[in-house]
Design a protein around this ligand. Structure first.
Ligand SMILES: Cc1cc2nc3c(=O)[nH]c(=O)nc-3n(C[C@H](O)[C@H](O)[C@H](O)COP(=O)(O)OP(=O)(O)OC[C@H]3O[C@@H](n4cnc5c(N)ncnc54)[C@H](O)[C@@H]3O)c2cc1C
Ligand code: FES
Length: 325
């Protein structure tokens, strides 16, 4: 047994177990999203001790490696270690469960986007914070999907994009039947709303709008939430028929920009990349909080550019829809 320490709190590390999993097993929650080295959300500094890389730390630069940065989802301790990862107390007590889930409704919202509703057993008590994701397991395939509904809803809603030759896409778009039995594991991830006392900027591409829909609907129905700052959403898609959600809030005031990546005739919205439009529009970048979800390319570009424009690094939150290995 190895002793791992962060913020003065100790947790046990097992040989061959990632530091992130070791922390989660001890009821500490560090920032994470993809769990496979691609998104960089779990990046932290190794302050003491040694680790071994169990899967490639793709999101680390050479300079970051020299600066003793590690990805907690990819590294296991080989000695007692100390890291500087923050423990997210908001997620304490939220248990990750594996549950059966029945397909209750399938709606094809466009040629390449399907909305799937899943029914959990009545005794499941599946708790999550709006913005989190879950894994869906069908046969031997496991894929991650953000939860698009709010936690008080009875069913789970997923918004799923078709990938050419995708194994799970083949199930969602060709094979799925109402009442099919799947398994889910979750909730997972740390993409949830903090900083309600700041102007909020949401960036989404494609079905990356799913957790943002959940977060905004949660604010809309939260009787205690009084909006004091602007909320702006920039949602990018390649095709006009992919804007499958029309935000309709009564209480929330949200400036919503639908952005097409390429110009087409009769399009009245913006054209370009969401991060470019957001940076052009946004005032006082040093004082906002940015939540970005969808393609890793958009997220990495948005992070680089917002940070260069003065956004503090700890005010950029992201959930990258990277490919599963
Ligand atoms: C935390 C997280 C949350 C996610 N939430 C959602 C969600 O809410 N909705 C949603 O539609 N998807 C989401 N995804 C992506 C999803 O998990 C799958 O990766 C995606 O649906 C493709 O699965 P597939 O089995 O159809 O394709 P695969 O069989 O895995 O791959 C088929 C082909 O598509 C390419 N490909 C696969 N995935 C990607 C990708 N993400 N980006 C670029 N190319 C890819 C592969 O290179 C391959 O050529 C999420 C991913 C993560 C990590
Ligand atoms: S790189 Fe570790 S969670 Fe994505």
């Amino acid at each position: 047994m190895l002793i791992c320490t962060t913020e003065g709190k100790q947790f046990d590390g097992q040989e061959g177990q990632s530091i992130l999993d070791a922390a989660l097993a001890s009821d500490l929650v560090f920032e994470y999203s993809c769990k496979n080295g691609q998104c960089g959300v779990c990046k932290t500094t190794l302050l003491k001790g040694d680790v071994v890389e169990m899967q490639a730390q793709l999101a680390l630069t050479d300079q970051e490696r020299r600066d003793h940065k590690i990805l907690t989802c990819c590294c296991a301790a080989t000695t007692n270690i100390e890291v500087d990862a923050a423990d997210l107390s908001a997620l304490h007590g939220i248990e990750i469960k594996t549950l059966p889930a029945r397909v209750s409704r399938v709606s094809y919202l466009s040629e390449n986007i399907v909305e799937v509703k899943l029914r959990l057993p009545p005794t499941a008590h599946f708790q999550f914070i709006e913005g989190q994701y879950l894994d869906v397991m069908w046969k031997a395939i496991r894929r991650s999907y953000s939860i698009a509904n709010i936690s008080s809803d009875k069913e789970i809603t997923l918004l799923i994009k078709r990938f050419e030759n995708g194994q799970m896409s083949d199930y969602w778009f060709n094979k799925i039947q109402s009442n099919d039995l799947l398994r889910i594991e979750g909730p997972k991830g740390t993409f949830f709303l903090r900083d309600v006392g700041k102007p909020l900027v949401f960036l989404a591409t494609g079905t990356g709008i799913a957790p943002i829909k959940s977060i905004l609907n949660c604010l809309e129905y939260d009787a205690d939430y009084q909006q004091k700052h602007p909320i702006t959403v920039y949602w990018g898609n390649r095709f006009a028929d992919e804007f499958v959600w029309q935000a309709d809030f009564r209480k929330l005031k949200v400036d919503f920009y639908n952005v097409l990546s390429r110009p087409v005739a009769d399009w009245l919205g913006d054209v370009g990349y969401v991060q470019d439009i957001a940076l052009t529009n946004q005032q006082d970048i040093g004082d906002v909080a940015v939540y970005a979800c969808g393609s890793n390319a958009m997220i990495q570009s948005a992070k680089k550019r917002f940070l260069a424009a003065g956004l503090p690094e700890n005010k950029f939150y992201s959930d990258a829809f990277v490919q599963s290995f």
